[in-house]
Design a protein around this ligand. Structure first.
Ligand SMILES: [Fe+2]
Ligand SMILES: [Fe+2]
Length: 218
């Protein structure tokens, strides 16, 4: 994975100079996380690890549900099958981390960020439009998770945890790209790009109105 979702366009251009124009146009979150978030997360480690564990679990479950829904799309099935294993592996890694620290996996919490993204998905219409939105929803969740893990990998005091989150950051960056690439296999690139822009703009709106909480990955 050569490029990460970047916090602003300037940095983004600097870091992705070697990518194709098309890829450059499609990458990039537009609103960076409030830098105070990492400090909040650091003081509620049990809560953030719990929330993170459920994020990984939901990623695995969503990939399974896409495989069931689009079982006739060979490439999608082939690409997502190993991601299920990977996300479940992530869940287990976070679980191990909780156990190691004598912490407990708490209850799953309401995921306001994801719920709001789901409201933006097209529900009716052509199946390709629904598929596009479902793939872009996942791309966006992966991108924002990646950005949050980047914050943790840079801002936490604990060196071990910084490294722990760096690996997650790299992995979720790869998933982010995969969902965009998958969308482009089934839907014309121009359409993917146009809709991705709408999703990015909508995500800014969600992020602006979302409470900054240290017990949530998003
Ligand atoms: Fe993951
Ligand atoms: Fe992921």
């Amino acid at each position: 994975m050569e490029a990460l979702p970047i916090l602003n366009n300037k940095l983004y251009v600097n870091m992705t100079g070697h990518l194709s124009q098309h890829t450059r146009n499609i990458l990039g979150l537009q609103l960076p996380t409030d830098p105070r978030w990492v400090n909040l997360a650091a003081i509620s480690l049990e809560a953030i690890l719990t929330d993170h564990a459920y994020c990984e679990q939901k990623a695995a479950l969503t990939c399974i549900s896409y495989i069931q829904r689009y079982s006739d799309r060979k490439e999608l099935v082939e690409e997502l099958a190993p991601i299920v294993t990977e996300e479940w592996g992530h869940f287990r890694q976070v679980l191990t981390e909780l156990n190691k620290r004598g912490l407990t996996l708490g209850k799953q919490r309401k995921d306001e960020y994801v719920n709001q993204l789901l409201l933006f998905q097209k529900k009716g219409g052509h199946i390709e439009d629904r598929l596009l939105d479902q793939l872009l929803t996942m791309a966006l969740i992966e991108a924002r998770s990646c950005e949050r893990f980047k914050r943790l990998s840079e801002g936490l005091e604990d060196k071990y945890l910084r490294n722990f989150y760096r690996k997650f950051m790299e992995s979720e960056a790869g998933h982010y790209t995969l969902f965009i690439t998958l969308a482009e296999k089934y839907i014309p690139k121009e359409k993917v790009r146009a809709r991705w822009k709408e999703w990015l703009a909508h995500e800014i709106d969600i992020m602006k109105h979302l409470e900054l909480r240290g017990d949530r990955v998003h």
